[in-house]
Design a protein around this ligand. Structure first.
Ligand code: FAD
Ligand code: FES
Ligand code: FES
Length: 500
């Protein structure tokens, strides 16, 4: 397939105007450089210092704000980290900070009042972030009435907020208490109307702009071809740290997250195609439909605000050897589709990588889709993440195992691993050691030795090489034991009890 370029080259000179809805009003910001973060704009340009900066790298949640976008007929609320979010990325959205949610008469929002009532704050530095995660939860679950806030749900949705003094029990209490307090409603109809007005003036790529947000795939490919030197970004949960920690500045940014085609999950008879710009929250939700056992793993990817901004395409394209989605996608036999105006190509995900954070993408190519085969009748997929913390942490080792066992024989084996090489990898030798063998402890013991010998992982702050080798084999043994019904060794089955 060939797509012809129609967009002319242009000289980058202008910073696009950022337009968003806040406190029911339209906010327009001019002359914001493309690398400026949303937190910088809030605190330094708009003097809204209620939103705090803790880590500046998406870990602590002190900077959490909530974004609203039109989704179908309704408003979708998402908590995100403003410290690593580029300010231009909120163009066309509604934004709430901790300063925006109390009633006009000063009545605290239930998210705030519940924190007060439950004594859920001490030094208070983390509190604005917690309040905003609670606000998002309130709008998404209490107002919509679609799900009661259980202890487990509260813990899951507060996974991106850290508190160093209060302890989490009163904060979880506040999450559950919000729904019992008098409502301080967001006028969703008014916000939706304003967002529709904004949508009407949005024009996609603007010649000469330093921040390009194409709305269609065609526009994206043409803009990429014309500006191969622009920094391509999606949710910025990696790139944002290059700005805040490495102090990088970009003269041109090309944002893929508005491209309509790349925001869709498409369902086909044999596979689903996940658009590269689908947020991790939604991409994992799509994977979990077919394979519910992946839910725990999905919830252990970073914390919710990172999953709300970060995209599956960004995780795959970034190619970190300790990225979590790739071992799983390799084990599931996923392919990636790369596109440029010259055409497209389709390749197994593991073939995308050529070395440490290097890949086969040409300067004018983008990752467009991740194609994931649907669950086979006899498949047994498990994925194990080993990290120092249960929530909001990066893997030391990640192992995804997908075996088809028929008549007690391993009919096929597909295994992806992370944290053991310079790229996410397929464990081809271990697959060969398992395929065609009887599914017995003897086969597993032999395959464990093969798996341990297959990679030579490095030692770093997350784990020593020797630990990684040891744990690889242990995880295969665990898979075997689980296949024999030994679920009690599965720590992920741990669940939080309701407060008494
Ligand atoms: C606090 C925190 C915790 C984290 N925890 C985890 C974790 O548990 N597991 C894990 O795997 N990761 C984790 N991450 C890393 C991060 O969330 C992911 O790598 C994320 O998926 C990147 O997606 P993004 O949309 O934010 O990409 P961006 O940061 O916008 O981009 C990342 C890279 O991908 C490129 N890119 C993006 N989209 C495309 C495209 N369509 N085509 C070509 N290139 C593209 C960009 O140019 C850039 O080089 C964490 C990050 C943070 C900040
Ligand atoms: S300041 Fe810590 S997550 Fe943003
Ligand atoms: S109240 Fe001090 S960090 Fe949470």
């Amino acid at each position: 397939m060939t797509i012809r370029s129609t967009v002319q080259n242009s000289v980058e000179t202008a910073h696009k105007t950022i337009r968003f809805v806040r406190r029911g009003e339209l906010v327009c910001l001019n002359n914001v450089p493309p690398s400026r973060t949303l937190l910088e704009v809030l605190r330094e340009d708009l003097a809204c210092t209620g939103t705090k900066e803790g880590c500046g790298e998406g870990d602590c949640g002190a900077c959490t704000v909530v974004l609203g976008e039109i989704e179908g007929p309704a408003l979708r609320f998402r908590a995100v980290n403003s410290c690593i979010r580029l300010a231009h990325s909120v163009d066309g959205m509604a934004l709430w900070t901790v300063e925006d949610i109390a009633g006009e008469d000063g009545d605290l929002h239930p998210a705030q009042q519940a924190m007060v009532n439950c004594h859920a704050s001490q030094c208070g530095f983390c509190t604005p972030g917690f309040v905003m995660s609670l606000f998002s939860m309130y709008q998404s679950h209490v107002v919509s009435g679609n799900q009661p806030i259980t202890r487990a749900l509260a813990q899951e949705e507060l996974s991106g907020n850290l508190c160093r003094c209060t302890g989490y029990r009163p904060i979880l209490d506040a999450a559950q208490a919000m729904g019992t307090l008098p409502d301080v409603p967001v006028d969703q109809a008014a916000v939706l109307q304003k967002l529709q007005q904004l949508k009407a003036v949005k024009q996609g790529p603007q010649a000469g702009s330093t921040y390009q947000s194409p709305l269609t795939l065609q526009q994206l490919l043409e803009t990429r071809s014309d500006h191969p030197d622009a920094q391509l970004v999606a949710g910025c949960t990696d790139v944002g740290l290059w700005v805040t920690k490495l102090h990088m500045q970009f003269s041109k940014v090309l944002d893929v997250t508005r491209v309509a085609e790349l925001r869709r999950v498409e369902d086909y008879p044999q596979h689903i195609a996940i658009g590269a710009a689908v947020p991790l929250t939604d991409a994992f939700a799509a994977l979990v439909v077919d394979r519910p056992q992946l839910r725990t793993f999905a919830n252990r990817f970073a914390g919710l605000p990172v999953r709300n901004s970060g995209t599956l395409g960004g995780n795959v394209a970034n190619g970190s050897p300790i990225g979590d989605s790739m071992p799983l996608l390799i084990a599931l036999g996923a392919n990636v589709v790369l596109m440029s105006i010259r055409g497209h190509r389709d390749l197994p995900l593991e073939k995308l990588y050529t070395g440490y954070r290097k890949n086969v993408m040409a300067a004018d190519e983008v990752l467009a889709w991740i194609k994931v085969p649907k669950a086979g009748a006899h498949e047994n997929v498990q994925v194990y993440k080993i990290s120092k913390r249960y929530d909001d942490d990066i893997s030391a080792v990640c192992l995804a195992i997908n075996l088809e066992i028929t008549g007690n024989v391993v009919a096929s084996a597909s295994i992806g691993a992370g944290g053991v090489a310079a790229t996410p990898v397929r464990a081809v030798r271990t697959e060969a050691a398992l395929a065609g063998q009887p599914w017995t402890q003897a086969t597993v013991t032999q395959a464990m030795a093969t798996l341990r010998a297959e990679f030579s992982p490095i030692s770093d702050m997350r784990a020593s090489g020797a630990y990684r080798v040891q744990v690889l084999g242990n995880l295969l043994q665990r898979y075997w034991l689980e296949s024999q019904g030994m679920q009690q060794i599965n720590l992920q089955a741990f669940s939080l009890n309701e407060a008494v």
